[in-house]
Design a binder for this molecule. Sequence first.
Ligand code: SF4
Length: 404
Amino acid sequence: MSVLRGTDASPPGTDLGSRSGGQPDDRGPLGLYLHIPFCEAICNYCNFNRGLFDVGLKRRYLHALHQELERASTASRQVPADSLFFGGGTPSVLDPDEVRALVAHCRSAVNLAPEAEITLEVNPETVSPARLDGYRESGVNRLSLGVQSFRDEDLSRLGRLHTAARAIEAFQVARAAGFDDISIDLMVWLPEQTVEAWLESVETLVGLEPDHVSFYLLELYPNAPLKDEMARGGWAQAPQDRAADMYQVGVDRLAAAGYEQYEISNAAHAGRRSRHNLKYWSDGAWVGFGCGAHSTCAGERWQNVSGIGDYIDLVDEGRAPVGNHRRLSREERLTDTMFLGLRLSDGIDMAAVRRQYGVDVWSRWGPELAPFVESGLLVRQSDRLRLTRSGMLLSNEVMQVFVS
Ligand code: SF4
């Protein structure tokens, strides 16, 4: 398979299937990621790889995406995969027929399990019953709904196109279309948001009973237009300790409603953890298609060029759209395992690290980690190392141990 696509220096078409006996590597079945970079408006805080929707550009982009999948599929049909994720941007700007064609192409490109988790990110303002019925028929079996807040003041400050009522309606339409695996994204620490206001959003979410919840702290990148709007409007984020309170009470409320936090920013009902996203945190393998898409597979890591036009041009010229590519050293893989594994509530299995890398975690990092155990941020229990709830809030400090 050419899931292990080449850089310009190593031409596309590398046969991963024959390298690995049909297995992508020792990290289990692959996850596939398709990036859909179009949005109907650009939110004032957004630092993702996206651009404004344009019908002509979308057509050319989808053509390139299919070509990229086609080239990857030559030798990959036996490579097992068990998840497919449409991320963006706003994948729900695609028509159901376009999603159907991409799902079908992925199924022919790899050995995608019949029961694979197929997720589509959806923005509430794009939802209609016909569209969601169409997605369901195209094979999508999980939705990730980008709500961010159930309060109109928050949504308007963020420049979102939907209202709280529209988000609730979108969720209900999705349920009516038969989706029994729906995730809702909320953002915490919004301008002018109080603990009470945050809990109001959480409460509305709990009332809807989604299957999975993601909650992210708002990060203001240096040139975010939201920063200027905050200055003009005199809006401020609550002090950091209030943000910590929001996080804690949110997780508590979700736990009381039966959601188990399984990652720093994710909680789910039993059996509804995101199979695809777990690959990112638990040493899995995935291959991304489309502009800016990342891949980690068979000990290599690469990223496609970010620009929509650059991506289309490279694919049209028959070249690999890869911007950077490198082989991971054993040390880098170990660091990733530690760094990402700590994001999970289950933490790191130190026995597995010993088996895989021949490294005893406590011998290697014990002196630096011990103070975090003493201060209650980290728990070491037999062969498990995991962050506590307060440790999750200060995870960056703990994780520095593995990158220094
Ligand atoms: S919809 Fe999402 S990807 Fe698009 S601009 Fe807003 S935050 Fe960014």
